[in-house]
Design a protein around this ligand. Structure first.
Ligand code: MLT
Length: 251
């Protein structure tokens, strides 16, 4: 049975998925959450930072665990890594779920901002990502859930500098991967929090449209009253979408 493999967003680690993993476990869905390079227990690889290395690390872990194919689900940066994995190792995928992410490359200004953050992080530490909380969480969460806001501030403060530097440089270098979705031959899912300020409805619809180019087996699930962090803002809604998708993939 193909497991569900979860890839986290920047600048967090696999623990970002804890509630979702518990909920999926209750549904009997085999789930593994992996750390991206430089986060959690994962080391930064040598060489120029690139998401292709992160994708190869995902597959190396599948190899280590004796897993032939998996349903891959990535949130934001995790989505970029999932897309790179789909491009480089398509035969290892039984399904692709992209949450709060986009398949396009960065515009020049965003790329320059990433390189600035990467350059400042060694001196300034995790302070360079502190203000992300406003953009990561939806308006509803920021107004109604101060504990969750505080938890995200703590997670941002704990973000490791080597991971911040590696990931910002790797994300800045990523190419447009919409064509990967057009070539997808496994089921696809796009999930978006309706209050996401970082990945737009247009991004989400473009990805679903591209996924439908091949065999049409793709859908968009919107999570109301959540921002960019659907997995932590609405773990129940996120787990429900992923559980239904996993069942569709393993059919
Ligand atoms: C994330 O949540 O992983 C980041 O917002 C990704 C990005 O900076 O594009």
């Amino acid at each position: 049975m193909y497991p569900l493999v979860l890839l986290h967003g920047f600048p967090f680690d696999s623990s970002m998925w804890d509630e979702v993993v518990d909920l999926l476990g209750e549904e009997g869905i085999p789930t593994i959450a992996l750390d991206a390079p430089g986060f959690g227990f994962s080391e930064v690889p040598e060489g120029e930072p690139c998401l292709e290395d992160a994708a190869d690390a995902v597959v190396a872990t599948l190899d280590d665990l004796g897993i032939d194919r998996a349903v891959l689900a990535g949130l934001s940066m995790g989505g970029y890594i999932a897309l790179a994995t789909a491009q480089r190792h398509s035969s290892r995928l039984a399904g692709l779920a992209l949450l709060d992410t986009k398949a396009s490359a960065d515009p020049e200004a965003a790329r320059e901002n990433r390189l600035r953050i990467a350059a400042e992080a060694p001196g300034a530490g995790s302070a360079v990502v502190a203000d992300m909380v406003e953009k990561l969480l939806g308006e509803t969460t920021r107004e109604l859930d101060p504990d969750l806001v505080a938890r995200h501030r703590e997670m941002l403060a704990a973000a490791p500098v080597p991971g911040i530097v590696w990931a910002q440089r790797a994300m800045a270098a990523r190419p447009d991967r919409m064509h990967v979705l057009e070539d997808l031959t496994v089921p696809g899912l796009v999930v978006r929090g309706t209050e996401d300020a970082l990945a737009t409805q247009e991004d989400a619809e473009a990805m679903v449209h591209a996924m439908q180019a091949h065999d049409g087996d793709a859908e968009l699930v919107l999570i109301p009253a959540a921002g960019h962090m659907t997995a932590t803002e609405d773990p129940e809604g996120t787990a429900e979408a992923l559980a239904a998708f996993w069942r569709r993939c393993v059919g």
